[in-house]
Each structure stands twice: as structure tokens, then as C-alpha cells.
Design a protein around this ligand. Sequence first.
Ligand SMILES: Cc1cc2nc3c(=O)[nH]c(=O)nc-3n(C[C@H](O)[C@H](O)[C@H](O)COP(=O)(O)OP(=O)(O)OC[C@H]3O[C@@H](n4cnc5c(N)ncnc54)[C@H](O)[C@@H]3O)c2cc1C
Length: 425
Amino acid sequence: MYDYRMTDEQKEYQRIAHEFARDEIRPISLELDHKEDPLDCAYMPHLLEKLDKTGLRTMSIPKEYGGGGVDDLLTHCIVGEEISWGDRGATGFMLSSTKISHILASELLGDPELADYWMREYVSDPTFLIGTATTEPESGSENQLPYNGADGGYQTTAVLDGDNYIVNGKKHFISNVGWARLMFTFVRTNPDVGVEQGASLLMVPTDAPGVKMGKVHNKMGYRLNQNAEIIFDDAIVPAKYRLGPENCGVSYIRRHLRGDALINAAGQIGVARAAYEKSLEFAQNRKQSGRPIAHHQSVGIKLVDMYTKIQAARAYVHYAAWRQDMRHEIPIDPPMTLTASAFAHEISCDVTKMAMEIHAGVGVQRENFLEKWFRDTHNMLFSSDGGNNMKKVRAMYAITGEWGARSEDENPVPGGAYVSVGDGL
Ligand SMILES: Cc1cc2nc3c(=O)[nH]c(=O)nc-3n(C[C@H](O)[C@H](O)[C@H](O)COP(=O)(O)OP(=O)(O)OC[C@H]3O[C@@H](n4cnc5c(N)ncnc54)[C@H](O)[C@@H]3O)c2cc1C
């Protein structure tokens, strides 16, 4: 039986997120986006303090720690759409934290005292953000692929020295660098073999010795989300900050995640919806040739296409999120998260382009939102969760059964690579 109704809790989170986006994010979105220096675009502490009061920042944290105890992906997608309706970059810095904070409560963090400490820190500091560092200057898309050669993937190393790891390397394009207090960092603990046998995940406190911020990237869109290099120069990270066994590999780690790329996909729908709403209002008021342009078929049909694309993408993303939430009862369909995410990213670009066409001369003016939303959606098409090309390449492997089709002894967790294809890490 299908039931498309939201729960009361989901409706409440949607309301809170929408009101926050409307009252706090949208009013500052354009002005911050236009700042020349990318360091001036990210407006975090003040906004985070207000956000904290809404309960959205801590929604993933278990209730006993004062969080919302929301562990389903669908509710996060509902919130992600609303926040992005306010500004796409705001979803980035808020939800890239929220989507990871649940790991603090997971079995990945083997030391309960450590989990307890960081969950309390996360809840008590309203500006606490988290980031995830995978990408390096010499390894981007290949981190998304099932290639397992020693030469492939990130090369940042972590060498055990007594009770600590000594970490060396550089990651770039990383969200929340400069603001995050914890950076979940993928490292090679055995660089002589591929990432399935030689990679580990470290939870790195960003104030650890030897960790520093590098260049801040100046992006075309998604500017309220700060992206920068993070440099590990003989950085000292306690060994107990490793998540999972040493050399457990990417499959093992992904097995513990839940397809959080869908939050970004929902975010794209939020921008598309914002562009659609503005276009509908404009087309009903702007008159040409004696009637509102909405009544000229070329414009009216565009509005219908925009509406259809948004509805179709939301239905698919919500279904894929629901399937992830049901993963212990219904087997994961490996390409679903990836294809839902890729579809949402594509339609958001289509819709924001159509919105600009409907607004014509008004659409290209920088004082309006249209060209900003166009930049934001396209920025994410190329980069979000590996970028659309890579999502489709991964979906291709998933559809043909090649993804994760390594031998059982090669793969530390049998079938692990299938489990959470399309996660946010
Ligand atoms: C706004 C933004 C936020 C980001 N946030 C983070 C973050 O928080 N953490 C993080 O770790 N990373 C982050 N990234 C990095 C992002 O994941 C990478 O940009 C992405 O993985 C692509 O890598 P690349 O840019 O090096 O492209 P490249 O790997 O150089 O790819 C270039 C082109 O070649 C194509 N290509 C490459 N290999 C293949 C192949 N085998 N088959 C087919 N096509 C291929 C790609 O699809 C792409 O079109 C972010 C990037 C941006 C721009």
C-alpha cells in the first residue's frame, strides 16, 4: 500500500525550515552571493546561532543528547528542499553537517566515551559544523569509482606513530573548511594497495596540530557554502579518532552511510521551485501583446514543463529516500540514489534556465535572483556528490552489476559496496 502523506513531525520540520529560509536566509542570499571575496560570502556564526534555536542543526542527534532524534533520510530531504528554497549554499553548510552528525551516534565510532564527548560538543556549540574531505588536487572523480589500483584515489597518508596518526597531504574543494570543527577525512593507511584494502576514515579535529586551511575557492555559485583547501602537514590525530577498523576500506565505511546525496538532490528541487514560483508570478503580471505572457502558449507551456519536472524529481527523490530508510527491510536498488540525484540536478538546471527565458531581460539582471539560481544549480550539476557524470557512470556500473563485484576476500565486507551506493561521502 502506498501512502504519500507526511507525518506530523515531517510537516513540522518542513514548516520550521520554510519559515527560517523565508525570514532569515532569502533576505541575505543575494547580497552575500555578490560579495567579491569568497571569504565574505559565507555568513555563518550569526545564522547558525539562529538556526540552532530552530532545532534543525541538531535534528540528527539522538534525543538523549538534546537533538531531534530524526534518523530518516526523507525528513532531511524535506528540510533540504526548504532551506535551498532560501539559498542553495545554506543547505550545503547546514546539511553537510547534519547529514554527517548521525555518524557520531553510529557504530563507526567505536569508543562510546568519544562519541559521548563529541555529541555533547556538537549540541552545546551552536556554530559547530562538520565537513568531509575526500577530493584532492590529483584525485577527484576517481574517488567515486570502483577502481581499486594502488595508484587510484586520494593519496593523503596516515602513519601510525604510537597512539597517534601522522597525517600528510592536501584536500581541496572541501565544504565547510574554515568553519568545521570536525573534518571526516579519507586517508591511505596502506598506500601500497587499493582503497578497498588500504583506506581508513579519520575524524580530524580541525584544531589538531598540523591542520590548516589553504586557499579559499572562488566559485560561480553555491557561494554561501565556503569551499577551501585543507592541508595536513605532519598533523597529529589520535588513533582512537579512526572510524571503523584500520584499512577497512571505502566499502566498509559506505556500508554505514545512508544515501545522503539525496539531501543535495532535494536541495536542487528547492532552487527549481523558487525559480518556478517567481516565474509564475512574473508571467501572470507581465503583459505583452495585450495579455499576461502566461497566456502566450510558449510561456504557459514552459511553466507546465517546469511544474512537471519539479513534481517528477521530488517524487523520485522522496521515493529513493524512503527506500534508503527501508533498507533493512527492502533491499537497496543500487542505481536508485544515484539516478534520482542526477535527475534532480538535471531538472534544476532546466527549470532555472526556463525561468531566465521567461524573465528575458529581467532574468539576466544581477539584482534579481534568476541568474543566481541558474549559477547555483549548474555549480552543483558539475560537483555535488561527485558531479552528474560520475553519478551516471556509477549507476551504469550498478545497473550492469559490476559495482562491488569484487571477490569476497578482496572486499572486507561481503557485498559492502552495494549497500550505500550514492552516499554523501
Ligand atoms: C561546490 C563544491 C563542493 C564540494 N564539496 C566537497 C566536499 O565537501 N568534500 C570533498 O571531498 N569534495 C568536494 N568537492 C569536490 C567534488 O567532489 C569534485 O569536484 C568531484 O568529485 C569531481 O572531481 P574533479 O573536480 O577533480 O573532476 P575530474 O576528476 O578532474 O573530472 C573532470 C571531468 O572528467 C570526467 N571524468 C573523470 N573521470 C572519468 C571517468 N573515469 N569516466 C567518465 N568521466 C570521467 C568527470 O565527470 C568530469 O566531467 C566539491 C566540489 C565543489 C565544486
